[in-house]
Design a binder for this molecule. Structure first.
Ligand code: MRU
Length: 364
């Protein structure tokens, strides 16, 4: 995707291919800066502090974190330490475990001298696969959009109105995004599309990131408060909802950014289709029941403080609550499979249930 007309990925290597760079998402939308990750500890900090975020990008950053560790010290002890450090950063997105398990399985049997190159190749491959997976989700999602547009008579005079939550955009992946991939494809193909962007309290991934990246790509969008969704759904202003996922169980329950579950409830009550863009690394085949997904709890200051730019262009962080207010900051919730119209994977669209998912991915 492009930033100011220049193509970027959310994580990339520069120079001789060992210099790992990411976009600092804590500064968007007010400042666009890339930073260099030099060590596995840098990668771990970037994930924990949400310099990078979004399930697929967390996995990709962890893979490069292991590569950085192997470049510094390819011993068994260093490999184990870096895997453990990176695994401890954020608990909900299963892509993290998926990437680290695969890196460990690949690197452990190799002689230490071969590990750094193999780890870099692995991370680069993981990134390429992420891009093509998301592109596949885009194509399957686009077919849904087109079908809905046909059935609603959307055309030159009426855009398809899509609602999304959080940022499951290209910033959350290596490129394309998951929930946004069909949006970008539709827009690029000249299909009229408009996105309702939910602000996504408390960290404003919708207001700060999704609105920014849609704007960079020229996709028409409107920001709404999270609590406006029910109103818009009930007035027929939303044709479909599509969100991302941090972990989808083998039976189809979906953990995603907190607020997704009430959005799915409101969509169901108003008979609006609710789709989840679910790349296969976000599927946790070891869990059936969404109640077993670990839900991250973050610093309450993310709720009691907001950061932005004032009228004079000065960045400020301010408190919005009475001093000392106790707050609890649950970062994700679980949407039960019964509320999910379909999972849009790179292999196609299926019902949110074990049989359908297993069939798509060749599992019994
Ligand atoms: O806390 P975040 O910003 O990492 O949460 C991100 C989300 O909830 C996304 O919807 C999810 O990771 C899917 S990203 C393609």
């Amino acid at each position: 995707m492009k930033v100011g007309g220049v193509p970027y990925r959310a994580i990339f290597t520069a120079g001789d291919g060992v210099d790992v760079r990411v976009i600092d998402q804590t500064l968007l939308p007010h400042r666009f800066e890339t930073i260099r990750l030099e060590t596995a500890a840098d990668a771990a900090r970037a994930i924990r502090d949400m310099v990078v975020r979004g399930a697929p990008l967390i996995g990709a950053t962890a893979a490069y974190g292991v590569a950085l560790a192997m470049r510094a010290d390819p011993s068994d002890a260093s490999l184990q330490q870096s895997l453990a450090l990176l695994a401890s950063t954020r608990p909900t997105a299963v892509n993290l475990r998926w990437a680290l398990d695969a890196a460990g399985t690949l690197l452990r049997p190799l002689p230490p001298g071969a590990r750094a190159d193999a780890a870099y190749d692995f991370a680069a491959r993981l990134c390429e696969e992420d891009v093509s997976r998301n592109r596949g989700i885009g194509e399957h999602g686009l077919a849904i959009f087109q079908e809905i547009a046909r059935s609603k008579g959307s055309g030159a005079s009426r855009p398809i109105n899509v609602m999304t939550h959080c940022n499951a955009g290209w910033l959350a992946t290596v490129d394309w995004g998951t929930a946004t991939a069909p949006v970008y494809l539709a827009h690029d193909e000249g299909v009229r599309i408009h996105v309702w962007v939910r602000e996504t309290r408390p960290r404003f991934q919708g207001a700060g990131l999704t609105a920014w990246e849609l704007g960079q790509h020229g996709v028409p969008h409107t920001l709404v408060s999270d609590s406006a969704a029910g109103h818009l759904l009930s007035r027929g202003k939303v044709d479909l909802v599509i969100v991302g996922t941090d972990r989808t169980t083998a039976a189809g329950d979906v953990a995603n950014k907190v607020g997704t579950y009430p959005l799915a409830l409101a969509a169901r009550d108003n008979a609006v289709p609710f789709y989840v863009a679910a790349p296969s690394p976000s599927i946790d085949w070891t869990i059936e029941d969404g109640a077993n997904i670990p839900i991250e709890e973050r610093d309450p200051e993310e709720i009691t403080r907001v950061w932005g730019v004032d009228e004079d262009g000065v960045e400020r962080r301010v408190r919005v609550t009475p001093e000392g207010t106790r707050a609890a900051n649950y970062a994700f919730d679980v949407t039960p499979r019964r509320l999910v119209t379909g999972l849009v994977t790179e292999r196609g669209v299926c019902a949110a249930e074990r049989g359908a998912l297993g069939k798509l991915f060749g599992l019994s």
